[in-house]
Design a protein around this ligand. Structure first.
Ligand code: DP6
Length: 415
């Protein structure tokens, strides 16, 4: 070696939202959870991470750029992922470019990594999940790793727990595992994204001034102080996971919604049971919950499920497009944009739903009539930053076009 070549791969990986939450570790370094969790993968067209990884004998050290800015790779979580994936690297040959990398060479060769989120990082939407999953997936392709997605998920897990669930599309279960070395703590796909095609997802990105407690430190404090967490992990989640798997298998929306809302609420109850208590939801989050609960009750059967992670944003899963369109109209009535925001930037993602909601091109959301079950409803302009409309989506993919790479194929530096 010693030549100037650069070899690279680019991948795209989705985010996921848990419907049965992961909250609490039994091993902090290996990132082993205290209970199983289940998530739905979100359509990468609207929320995803793209990562390019490159290798070259000319690189002096491992380097990484996130959204264009160089970041340090010295953290334990990055180091663990890089070490584990390097261990599994195999011989790679690119005859066209005249490159041959032997298995042993990978220990000496350095990597450049560039990663980009297609959604605002500041919005508090699980960017680390898609990020670590994409890093591990892209490196596995570059290094010709043999392991399957589940085995890769056990590596991504060591970057961020929820990342292991982003290696598949559709509905995914993270099996907590029993082994001390974490080898059986990995993700499996329950069903792919086509299984339950009707579902439609609206995310309300809620304005918040508060600096939130990170998931990592929040769950550590819950493990140390919350008795409810112990009860949840031991008694509640094992049964609930089985019921959730059944609801997903049978596309039973009523059960799915009941379990999803109950689990989100219990996770936030655990946060409140932590000492000192942790508040992730705010008044807007609570208003959205009340709104959905009221509407579901007035319909006689659940139309929408809600779930909240470690922040105030609401993820609303509607039973079908019709319900989603009605939901959007209701939300726009109660949470209209600020006077200086137009509808086109207020609702992003899959905008086709605007037409179904009958608000496409609407200049004045003030003209919307109040939802019947909520006649005297108050309005809260500006309390929601924007809405993202999306669906369940597919798992990681490799992007073959060099145009989509984030690193320059000659220099291996960000484009
Ligand atoms: C509330 O995966 O971000 O989103 O493993 O410490 O990196 P670490 O935590 P992280 O926690 C996610 C918590 C959650 C629930 C979930 O995604 O299951």
């Amino acid at each position: 070696m010693g030549e100037k070549w650069v070899l690279m791969k680019t991948a795209q990986t989705p985010t996921n939202i848990a419907v049965i939450k992961y909250w609490g570790k039994r091993d902090e370094t290996l990132i082993l959870p205290v209970n199983d969790s289940i998530s739905v993968t979100l359509d990468p067209a609207h929320l995803c991470t793209t990562t390019t990884v490159a290798v070259s004998p000319a690189f002096q050290q491992d380097r990484m750029w996130l959204n264009g800015k160089e970041i340090s790779l010295s953290g334990g979580r990055y180091q663990n992922c890089l070490r584990e994936i390097r261990k599994r690297a195999r011989e790679v040959e690119d005859k066209k470019k005249g490159i041959k990398i032997e298995k042993e060479d990978w220990e000496k060769l350095h990597l450049h990594i560039a990663s980009y989120n297609n959604f605002p990082t500041a919005a508090g939407l699980a960017s680390s999940a898609a990020g670590f999953a994409c890093l591990v997936f892209a490196l596995a392709k570059l290094m010709n790793v043999e392991e399957d997605e589940s085995q890769l998920s056990a590596i991504a897990r060591q970057g961020s727990g929820s990342a292991c669930r982003s290696l598949f599309g559709g509905f995914v279960k993270w099996i907590m595992g029993k082994e001390e070395d974490g080898s059986d703590s990995l993700a499996v796909q329950l069903v792919d994204e086509k299984h339950w095609d009707d579902l439609f997802i609206i995310i309300a990105v809620v304005s918040s001034r508060q600096k939130e407690t990170s998931s990592t430190s929040g769950m550590r404090e819950s493990v140390e102080t919350s008795l409810l967490l112990q009860h949840r992990a031991k008694e509640v989640v094992p049964k609930r996971t089985l019921q959730m798997e059944e609801a997903i298998e049978n596309r039973d929306f009523a059960s799915f919604a009941k379990l999803t809302c109950a689990d989100s609420n219990q996770f936030h109850a655990v946060c409140l049971d932590t000492s000192p208590p942790i508040f992730y939801m705010n008044d807007t989050s609570h208003r959205i919950i009340s709104h959905v609960e009221k509407w579901n009750r007035s319909e006689g059967s659940p139309q929408v499920a809600y779930t909240f992670d470690a922040g105030p944003n609401a993820v609303l899963i509607a039973r079908d497009r019709k319900a989603a369109a009605q939901l959007l109209k209701r939300l726009l009535f109660s949470f209209p944009p600020n006077f200086d925001t137009d509808l086109d930037s207020y609702i992003i993602g899959d905008k086709t739903i605007l037409k179904e909601a009958g608000v496409e091109g609407m200049k004045d959301v003030e003209a919307l009539t109040p939802p019947p079950e909520n006649g005297a409803a108050q309005k809260y302009p500006g309390d929601v930053n924007y809405f993202i409309c999306t669906r369940p989506g597919k798992g990681p993919i490799l992007l073959s076009s060099e145009n989509l790479a984030l690193l320059d194929p000659e220099t291996g530096l960000p484009k």
